[in-house]
Ligand binder design. Structure first.
Ligand code: HAM
Length: 436
């Protein structure tokens, strides 16, 4: 039986792989203009990092984590011994917890220092039921800004996110930017309690999961897909009525920065986001049409307690992550194509199989001169070699034939104009380079 890829994963072939490189590169460029430095963290971490950071009661941790065990720990598990915390690992379901861990471990935010601005791009793993726009291995491009609690930092991050989508080609009118404040540890507990009470008062109208959520994470009921639950939650208490003065003025300052920058947004008091670490500002970008329920192409917010929770000194933080695959779907929905560059180089064809050693040497000389060049290893006919060169869209073909070689020459053909001339072998790299 042929082994196939795991459901919910994708192979990125040629242009798909180029698209990922293009989009992540563009993100690093855009975010670099705002002072962000790249960071790479491991694909797996101790599971405890995500349990503590993201929250045990979230779907991401409670239902969707891929556990990783080294074979030794796996064998002992089979013998009934649970792995100890250090050896119980998980594939990262998101990047924030890992970046915060790295920032603590390497003291990236020294007391009194400037904020650490970190950007990352890479695969994330969530064991969700796969569907359009929902994968088990997907890619995120994210940023984390650690050490700034001022509202201008929130606005800067949101503006940067929207600029990035626009620069990529997602039309502004096809996106909705939702913003909300989730309060902090002064005002949120009372609000949570009021939502819990509300759910319990309406328990007979709500699904079993929401009834269960009432005790462990009542705010998640806002995200329930069940129509009846959604209707009931429309009447639930609003966080906007429950914010303390500090959270309210922080939120107002964020929105006035956005207003001043001309950023169009919608205030959505029901936006709660699915991860436990958020405090105060949260935001999400949704695509208006054509993406069904998986229409959030990115989102983020503030997490002022996360560093402390992970064992670091109290340090505010905020950031976002872009869902790469959903962003591509959003581009496809409006028929925007990425300007993917294909290397338009040179193909060196052998007119007869016996000139293969000379072809090999010319190819090497071209590559050493910095020209993208390819040739044949399989003694194909000249016709099929040139056909392949045409299919690959190369700009220049070099045809090596025994007759020309007698005079130390080869034929160099411009595939765009079909003009050709004889060139001395030693001058091929220089001539071809000038033609590209
Ligand atoms: P998140 O909302 O869980 O936030 O994920 C961000 C984006 O990743 C989503 O808006 C969506 O586009 C994409 N995404 C999530 N799950 C999947 C999936 N199964 N398949 C395809 N795409 C998916 C975070 O992960 C936070 N770490 C964002 C953040 C950074 N907050 C602060 N800093």
């Amino acid at each position: 039986m042929v082994v196939q890829k795991v459901k919910g994963t994708e192979d990125l072939l040629a242009d798909d792989a180029r698209a990922w490189q293009y989009v992540s590169q563009k993100a690093y460029e855009t975010f670099g203009r705002y002072g962000y430095e790249p960071i790479e963290t491991p694909l797996f971490e101790q599971i405890d990092l995500f349990v503590r950071g993201i929250g045990e009661s979230t779907d991401v941790v409670g239902k969707e984590m891929f556990h990783v065990l080294a074979s030794d720990a796996y064998r002992r598990l089979g013998e009934g011994a649970a792995p100890d915390a250090r050896h119980h690992l998980a594939l990262r379901p998101e990047g924030t917890a890992s970046v915060v861990r790295a920032a603590i471990e390497h003291n990236l935010v020294p007391t009194g220092g400037a904020p650490a601005k970190l950007a990352y791009a890479g695969p994330m793993f969530r064991a969700e039921r796969p569907q359009k726009g929902r994968l088990r291995e997907f890619h995120q491009i994210g940023v984390e800004c650690l050490g700034a609690d001022e509202p201008s930092a929130d606005a800067e991050v949101i503006i940067m996110l929207m600029r990035f989508y626009e620069e990529l080609g997602v039309p502004r009118e096809s996106m909705r930017l939702l913003v909300n404040s989730m309060g902090d540890d002064r005002c949120r507990p009372a609000y949570r309690a009021s939502v819990r009470r509300y759910i319990l008062d309406h328990a007979d109208e709500m699904c079993e999961e929401c009834r269960h959520r009432a005790d462990i994470n009542p705010l998640r009921a806002y995200d329930c897909k069940n129509e009846r639950c959604r209707k009931v939650m429309e009447g639930a208490p609003r966080i906007s009525d429950a914010l303390c003065d500090d959270c309210r003025s922080h939120y107002r300052a964020v929105t006035s920065y956005l207003d001043a920058a001309g950023i169009v947004y919608e205030e959505d008091p029901r936006l709660v986001r699915g991860l436990d670490y958020y405090t105060r500002t949260v935001f999400e970008v949704q695509v208006v049409d054509g993406m069904g329920s998986q229409n959030a192409i990115g989102g983020g917010g503030r997490y002022d307690k996360l560093m402390e929770l992970m064992g670091g000194s109290p340090t505010p933080g905020l950031g976002f992550a872009i869902g790469y695959e959903r962003t591509l779907l959003a581009l496809a929905a409006v028929d925007v194509k990425l300007p993917l560059e294909r290397p338009l180089g040179c193909y060196v064809a052998a007119a007869e199989p016996e000139v293969a050693p000379q072809v090999f040497a010319i190819l090497q000389a071209l590559r050493d001169a910095g020209v993208d060049a390819d040739g044949d290893h399989q003694a194909r006919s000249l016709k099929s070699q040139l056909k392949l060169a045409g299919k690959r869209g190369v700009a220049v073909a070099v045809v090596v034939g025994p007759d020309e070689l007698v005079a130390g020459q080869v034929v160099v053909r411009d595939m765009r104009t079909h003009e050709q001339r004889n060139v001395v072998v030693a001058q091929v790299p220089e001539v071809v380079r000038a033609m590209l």
